[in-house]
Design a binder for this molecule. Structure first.
Ligand SMILES: [Mg+2]
Length: 142
């Protein structure tokens, strides 16, 4: 079967974390197109093509989501996403520093595919991203 590379949307307000994801993608030779939004509101606008944002096309099948962000947090974003008839099936992986029970419970109740704590070292982060890459390559997309 021919590998089709799905679009991936990273929702992250911290520019250092954005850079780490980019570097980890490069290290793992992940070729999927990566799009960036800096909070939940911007992510929704990019998914819907509203507020003067160009709609990401085709729609991302995978979202990597930070939780602590200004304007619209990751959990608030998930609530909106799951209510949206068109967007609700997107796989979301939370990537956060929050080891908070409430956040974890809320995220899983909103059907995240995984809740990943940002590792302290870049090396470990590269490994984590490599595992994610294997996982989404293994899964058939809708
Ligand atoms: Mg943040």
């Amino acid at each position: 079967m021919e590998d089709k590379l799905v679009n991936i949307l990273l929702v992250e307000d911290d520019s250092v974390d954005v850079m780490n994801v980019q570097r980890a993608f490069k290290k793992n030779n992940i070729q999927n197109p990566l799009f960036f939004a800096k909070n939940g509101l911007e992510a929704l606008a990019m998914l819907r093509g509203t507020d003067n944002f160009v709609k990401i096309n085709p729609s991302p099948q995978i979202i990597l989501l930070d939780l602590n962000m200004p304007q619209m947090s990751g959990i608030e974003f998930l609530k909106e996403l799951r209510k949206d008839k068109v967007l609700k099936a997107i796989s979301v992986f939370v990537m956060t520093t929050s080891n908070n029970d409430r956040d974890r419970l809320d995220a899983y109740n909103l059907n995240v595919a995984g809740y990943i704590l940002k590792p302290v070292s870049f090396e470990k982060f590269v490994t984590a991203v490599s595992i994610l890459d294997s996982y989404w390559k293994l899964c058939e997309q809708p």
